[in-house]
Design a protein around this ligand. Structure first.
Ligand code: FES
Length: 259
């Protein structure tokens, strides 16, 4: 007997799950999962690369594009190229080694495997047990680095309230605040952070600060369940925030002051 609501792993259940995977693989419907990732991640990569190399239109009034934050050597005393290139490795490394994005781009771009129940493209794939993918294990170090970037983005979001003629609120202020909030949620829902703060413990009551670590871990776990959602929302928000700053900075549109 099974408790109400329990899904019993019976032969029947396994047969139907296998059939569903087989049907998905052979009707071609697995493309519906892969295509949005190719378009979303691919489109973002093209736009972000263009903007990182452009080296212009990254400031508009109190707004700074998140692609250029923190702003280093803006007057090119030491670095003759776009200032975004100096800081690109931090956010790029954090996203590229993210557990969710790894799954997404392995499937979408390497087709290894393209989806559940679909055969792998190459038999030589060794997973993340050998070079170069073993380097993905540095994700936790990018997590520490991401915290520093978040502190700068906090600063930028607050600075968005301070215009040349004093305190105010513009559409850009709201866009930067929303972007910062989504990036914070993406950071807080990270698997490595959850592991670091409690996920690695077998016994909370035996650990130092066990009860506070338990409550933190529980909060992070509920955010972690939505990590994929925050990964996509923050990706679009960071691209949109940069796009908005670029439009205002280039004079294509004017920022609307609400206060
Ligand atoms: Fe995605 Fe850490 S697992 S940011």
């Amino acid at each position: 007997m099974y408790a109400p609501g329990t899904i019993a792993i019976t032969e029947e259940f396994m047969a139907s799950a296998t059939q569903m995977a087989y049907d998905a693989a052979h009707t071609g419907s697995w493309w519906t999962q892969v295509l949005p990732v190719v378009l979303g991640l691919g489109g973002f990569a093209v736009y972000a690369t263009y903007r990182a190399f452009e080296g212009a239109y990254f400031m508009a009034g109190p707004y700074l594009s998140p692609f250029y934050s923190p702003l280093i050597d803006v007057h090119h005393h030491y670095w003759p190229y776009s200032p975004a290139l100096l800081i690109l490795a931090g956010p790029l490394g954090f996203r590229a080694t993210c557990y969710y994005y790894r799954k997404a781009y392995y499937r979408a771009f390497f087709l290894d495997p393209p989806a559940c129940g679909v055969a792998e493209r190459s038999r030589n794939y060794c997973g993340e047990a050998s070079f170069p993918f073993i380097l993905q294990n540095v994700h936790r170090y990018f997590l520490y680095l991401a915290l520093i970037f978040l502190a700068f983005l906090w600063h930028d979001a607050i600075r968005g309230f301070f215009f040349a003629n004093g305190f105010g609120l513009g559409v850009g202020t709201i866009i930067l605040l929303v972007n910062f909030s989504l990036l914070t949620l993406y950071f807080l829902s990270c698997h490595s952070l959850r592991h670091l703060l409690g996920g690695k413990l077998d016994c909370f009551s035996c650990a130092k600060f066990g009860s506070s670590r338990f409550s933190t871990w529980r909060g992070l776990s509920s955010l972690n369940e939505r990590h994929m959602l925050f990964a996509w929302l923050s990706l679009f928000s960071v691209g949109f925030a940069d796009f908005y700053v670029r439009l205002v900075s280039s004079g294509a549109i004017r920022d609307l002051r609400l206060l």
